[in-house]
Design a protein around this ligand. Structure first.
Ligand code: OKS
Ligand code: ZN
Length: 343
């Protein structure tokens, strides 16, 4: 299969993030994408091609226009205001505060447009966000034009980004963008299968009231795991979307036995939905050695994921999300893809 990749991701580097009790160097770092790209090459997965540039119209089909227009202004405004370091919010409009009046300072707007301080900007961040979006759309076009599958090696990731907010290393929701793009290109139904360790709260929010995009999410139980405030099993969609959002929260320590059973159920529901195309939000932070996650999948498990998805027999686009054990991230991510190709 073809991989779409842009070197512009590398400018999103050196950003800090807020975690429990500290501000630390971001786990979401350039070496992640470089290890994956190197493994795509060494495994001879197929050609690696650059992205075609797109305007932001496809992003504005799933995100609010004012949010998308805000993103490229962040770093220039941050610098103009005399701020240094990583640009991140520090005040959030939670319950009891006004979420409908955007303030006029960039540091305040960063809080207004986010749910945590995990999506932080440095000088090259906007260029990386835009390149990641272009990578996803370019890979989507390969599948639309008849390839059975393609790999969008996106960085930064996207699944925590909602219609009007960023968070959890995510700015533009690449998987949601391409799902909508396939609909706009004539697909009747699209399924998004999110196998990242974390719940894809942004993807769920974007499609929650829609029956034309099925969203299936396998993840750590939000009672005890980030993003904490969405991803429970009783969230099944609303209105036209009733029954088309399916969550599989799982406990810390989950191994292949339990995880694979959830995947089996998700694939059965996906097959019954009979979408025209499947988008896999491909996170490999389910890995036993992942530094920020609590599942215990082994490298030998990742090809099984790919094989099960391939058995659906549907056009499938893989969109990279999380995974922070950089030494093994390429083995695990490309393991899913070679498993899909059954080799
Ligand atoms: C705290 C961020 C906590 C975890 C973010 C998880 C990102 C991820 N600053 N999502 O799939 O991998
Ligand atoms: Zn994750």
């Amino acid at each position: 299969m073809k991989t779409v990749f842009s070197p512009l991701h590398a400018g999103h580097s050196g950003q800090m993030e807020l975690v429990t009790s500290a501000i630390v160097p971001g786990f979401e770092k350039p070496s992640r994408a470089e290890f994956i790209r190197a493994r795509v090459e060494s495994e001879k997965l197929g050609p690696i091609i650059g992205p075609v540039e797109h305007d932001l119209a496809a992003a504005k089909r799933v995100h609010e226009a004012h949010y998308i227009d805000f993103l490229p202004t962040v770093w220039p405004e941050w610098v103009a205001a005399g701020f240094k370091g990583s640009a991140m919010g520090f005040t959030w409009p939670t319950r009891g505060l006004r979420g409908d009046v955007p303030p006029k300072r960039v540091d305040a707007l960063l809080g207004y447009y986010s749910f945590d301080a995990g999506a932080t900007f440095v000088e090259g961040t906007w260029a990386a966000i835009k390149a990641s979006y272009d990578v996803a759309l370019t890979a989507a076009a390969l599948v639309k034009n008849g390839e059975r599958t393609a790999f969008a090696l996106c960085r930064p990731p996207g699944h925590h980004a909602g219609a009007a907010f960023m968070g959890g290393y995510c700015f533009i929701n690449n998987a949601a963008v391409v799902a909508q793009w396939f609909r706009d290109q004539g697909a009747k139904r699209v399924s998004i299968l999110d196998v990242d360790y974390h719940h894809g709260n942004g993807t769920q929010e974007i499609f929650y009231r829609r029956g034309d995009v099925q969203v299936l999410n396998l993840h750590g139980d939000p009672m005890v795991e980030y993003p904490f405030f969405l991803g429970h099993a009783d969230e099944r969609g609303e209105g036209d979307g009733e029954g088309f959002n399916i969550n599989y929260p799982m406990p810390f320590g989950t191994i292949w036995e339990g995880w694979g059973a959830s995947l089996e159920d998700a694939c059965a529901r996906l097959g019954a939905y009979a979408p025209d195309v499947v988008i896999v939000s491909l996170g490999v932070d389910t890995f036993e050695k992942d530094p920020i996650s609590q599942f215990k999948l082994k490298s030998e498990d990742y090809p099984k994921i790919g094989r099960r998805i391939a058995k659906l027999g549907l056009p499938t686009l893989f969109v990279m999300e999380g995974g922070y054990a950089v030494e093994e991230i390429g083995i695990n991510a490309v393991g899913v893809l070679t498993g899909f190709e059954d080799r």
